[in-house]
Write a protein that binds this ligand. Structure first.
Ligand SMILES: Cc1ncc(COP(=O)(O)O)c(C=O)c1O
Length: 417
């Protein structure tokens, strides 16, 4: 679908776009944090609570069978969405953070030994570093950081140079959440596998924007969150190659994941993926995720990505003569724009800029964006981040640029007095 031509119709699908913020029409440019939700997705969640209601995989009655069918269909749609080989390779979790924690706990406990190393980068979200750090402590497993290039990008060359005999896992984002650079995942995976290294990919900022084919990338694990792709909060995905999910023992145990157990502690687990879904699953989340995926498929991910880049190029063109706005990632091929505003050569505190934009109805993110190690590379205390999605318009960008032109110490601090 041509997004530019159909933008009014697309925006009609998002009821929240009719709301105002600070008495201005809402301009939502915080899509990296979470995306807005289309009516079809909201309807899918309401439908579950209104007409289905039962738990999954537990009842022997019609309602329950209908839930089982809908839930497993959602798994199938997710499999197709990332082109996984088998439907069993899709585990539903609460989000990227849980998926990465589960992997860090299980892989560290079951596959790593004293002195082994997990490679990551300083551009990663905390959710892709802290789980490895914490899981590794009892076994003396360190997280080491692949040096980024001068722009803050991860290259296959730097990854290869960082490999030692101790490296057993590399855990990296496909698209980073501050600078928005896409990592060469396919190349990195090939190098990693040649060295017997497992590849974990954080897809939180990529899967909603780029076509993702886990078989083509050949990654071992791929994690993402529903809420960053038009689905509800509280649902996410852990994709793993079937034989790897089969080989690992899960981190959590409970009613859904066991086939039987006895008083002596003998436990038989269900088959993958149910052995990983230990309690009542986020059922409405899975149904909402399926509806969101259908919505995104109907727009087409190539179209979404192309449109986001058009919006970003339009912004860069309009801002290029506004010297006080410094953009850090003009060349990143994503809809993420990371910048600071200066006044007389001094940075205006990013939160003050965000608060000023709020008074104009514009939502952006400011601060360190949960990637606290990246400050070393950017050498600034924080940044402002605007991130576009397919429902943003060129008029949104016009208003955003006009507002940035007005930003100064005086206007940004004025709002607090
Ligand atoms: C790159 C990246 N990884 C992980 C996360 C964590 O996602 P969630 O909070 O949905 O678990 C985020 C959230 O912003 C992110 O941008």
């Amino acid at each position: 679908m041509d997004i530019k031509e159909n933008i009014e119709k697309i925006r009609e699908d998002f009821p929240i776009l009719k709301r105002e913020m600070c008495n201005h029409p809402l301009i939502y440019l915080d899509n990296c944090a979470t995306t807005l939700k289309p009516k079809t997705m909201i309807d899918a969640v309401v439908h579950y609570y209104t007409y289905l209601g039962a738990n999954a995989h537990r009842g022997d009655y019609e309602m329950s069978a209908q839930v089982d069918y809908a839930y497993e269909q959602a798994r199938k749609i997710t499999q197709e969405f990332i082109h996984a080989k088998r439907v069993e390779e899709i585990v539903f979790t609460s989000g990227t953070t849980e998926s990465l924690n589960v992997l860090a706990m299980t892989i560290t406990d079951q596959w790593l030994n004293d002195g082994d190393v997990v490679l990551s980068t300083v551009a990663e979200h905390a959710s892709n570093v802290l789980p490895w750090m914490e899981a590794g402590k009892p076994k003396n497993i360190k997280v080491e950081y692949i040096p980024l290039d001068e722009k803050g990008r991860l290259t296959a060359e730097n990854f290869e140079k960082a490999i030692t005999d101790q490296v057993k896992v590399v855990s990296i984002a496909q698209v980073t959440n501050v600078l928005g650079y896409e990592a060469p995942i396919k190349e990195i995976t090939k190098i990693a596998h040649d060295h017997g290294i497992k590849v974990v990919v954080d897809g939180a900022q990529s899967v909603a924007h780029l076509p993702v084919d886990v078989q083509d990338l050949d990654v071992d694990f791929f994690c993402f969150s529903g809420h960053k792709m038009c689905a509800p909060t509280g649902i996410g995905v852990l994709y793993g190659k079937f034989e790897l999910l089969e080989a690992l023992t899960p981190a959590f145990f409970g009613g859904e994941s066991n086939a039987r157990f006895n008083k002596c502690g003998k436990v038989s687990l269900k088959k993958t993926p149910l052995k990983y879904e230990s309690g009542t699953q986020p059922i409405e989340g899975a149904l909402g995720l399926a509806a969101a995926m259908k919505y995104i498929n109907h727009l087409g991910k190539e179209n979404i990505h192309r449109y986001e880049l058009e919006l970003k190029r339009y912004f860069l063109e309009k801002i290029k003569d506004v010297e006080k706005v410094k953009v850090y990632n003009a060349d990143a091929q994503s809809g993420i724009i990371t910048f600071n505003v200066y006044d007389n050569g001094k940075i205006i505190f990013p939160q003050d800029v965000a608060s000023f934009l709020n008074t104009k109805g514009i939502a952006i993110r400011s601060g360190e964006h949960c990637a606290k190690l990246l400050g070393e590379v950017l050498q600034v205390p924080g940044t402002c981040r605007a991130s576009v999605y397919f429902y943003n318009t060129f008029e949104d960008i016009d208003k955003f640029v006009e507002a940035l032109k007005e930003a100064s110490f005086e206007t940004c601090l004025d709002i607090f007095f």
